[in-house]
Design a protein. Sequence first.
Length: 697
Amino acid sequence: MTTRRDFLRISGMGIVVLYTMDIRELMARRTFQFRDYPKDFNAYLRIGEDGRVAFFTGKIEMGQGVYTSLPQMLAEELDVPLSSVDPILGDTDLCPWDMGTFGSMSTRFFGPPMRQAAAEAKAVLKDLAAERLGVPPDRLGTRDGVVYDVADPAVSVTYAELARGQRIERVVRGEVSRDEPTGYTVSGVATERQDGRAKVTGQARYAADIRLDGMLSARILRPPAHGSRLRDADTTRAASVEGVRVVRDGDLVAVLHRHPDVAQEALGMVTATWDPPAEGPGSSNIFEYLEGNLPEARVVSEAGSLSAGRAASETVRESTFRANYMAHAPMEPHAALASVDGQGATIWASTQNPFTLRREAAEILGCPEEDVRVITPFVGGGFGGKTENDQAHEAVRLSRAVGAPVQVAWTREEEFFYDSFRPATIVHVASGVDHAGRLVFWDYRNLHGGNRSSDPVYAIPHHRVTSAGGWGGSGPRYHPLRVGAWRGPGANVNHFAIESQVDIMAEVAGRDPLSFRLEHAKDERVRGVLRAAADLFGEEWRAGPSGRGHGVASGADAGTVVAAMAEVDVDRKTGAVRVLRVVCAQDMGEVINPEGARMQMEGGLIQGLGYALREEIHFDRGAIIERNFDRYELPRFSWLPSIEVTIVDNPALGPQGGGEPSVTMVGAVLANAIHDAIGKRMHELPMTPERVLAALA
């Protein structure tokens, strides 16, 4: 196996910049805990003798655009053309350790140290150029991969010339000042996606596209329901098919062949007997089950006194909001190719966390982590669902068993069955306004959904927010299905509940929903996105329900503040909701690629239509009902409304998360628009035609 140090040794001449920091110190900035983070390089780059810049990051590209935006940041700081940067992502042998790609954190957390490394590289180049040109370093400038004398620009030397014949390693000291965003020419400029052409022409390779000599495709025996136990499996007929290999490794029964269709046909010859799962809940009683199986609650935030707030309230309203289980349904199902030999393993996998997979594979094989290499090709959508690496675990076990490379590519049915669903959630909230129509009381309890974005962006003197369980940590022990992160985990449901309740209180206070929010917003950033969205929406707001079908919602997620407004039409005979128009404004701090940011906002709004209106997993005693797109309905082109987005630029803040905030708003803004249209409050996600009709009844 090639270690990172080996790579640096064999990579030839050039200027290598390392950035060393204590990962535990980095993670102290985060709101949830990780264990056993090593001290390791956080970012590094190499300037080659040809002037090209190899850029290494443990982050992966799954559609969010970091293949473009992170190189933009590097190119800007290093003063090189973007076209000269070669990004290498998610390769555990070549890239610095990374916790994983999720939480809209790639730019926020990886960007600053990477920029600092680039600033140090530029300082090294200036020192070398000063010696070469006989010019003081403080009189040198840089542009387009060239160091030049500011007093006489003709006196210059290229980065390639400086790197030629050199072998220089420098460690970032954190002492080099960086350029300020003012005057940027690469970062902050709308840029086409660098991976776009490869993806639209079919040249981009994903895990299921990788081929190795002697590779076998695996089809695996699956249970009819979660919790089922295999009593017996007769593989005699399958084993008689020419070229088929049958593997039984504990609970893993697989049929392998060099052609996947032959493996699939042979799997159909396996006769299996299963013991059914024990009695358990289903979709019809899931919320009663969850109410009866609660972990200990913890306080997320509180101020003042709930009893004093209730006493100060002229009117109190209490509500319960619910959200059902939901699938990730990525375009690309999970896939992995593992090649295990006596020295370790190389794995190509569709994963959001290659370094976690490296550790897991090493545990399976009983070998050191450095003997496992994980390579992450492009990932065809993750949304939080590819943090689980079951398909790669299966590929590793099977490759070890047969002594050949094995590819496991899940079918769509397997993708749905083994998903880590967005958790079913219950939110209880009580709130009150005083005689002046001010929010003075807020008691918010999230059960099983997670606390992300559960603290309102509004100033309420007497409030408490608590959370019991969620999508990670203690959550899965209380859910009958496996659950996990789903875009803006927790935030999409919390915003739905919070903003629905805020709308209720605006109506109680006799105020229109926009002015009510502006009066209560904690800071100017929130007021800024509300005003920006209102300017784009261009409609006069009235106290609801007005019958016009207008809704507004605002919130914060991943360091970004966001506001959305929508117009809907509701068919009172069928309950169908037609979304006519959505506008959205985001303040995500410094924007690296405005074009990419707009794409993320628009994509989030489109994806949000699904969880808001149709997407839902039904189950019964571990049996998943929705196993393909004939029953699980994603947003269609025919659903799409007019979508308008605007970015409130705030470069002084630094880049914040841009991928998930808009999607977290959709359930909230549509619920409020539906109420404005029909005068009925929707309390459960998704807001299907059947639930709308029930509300009307």
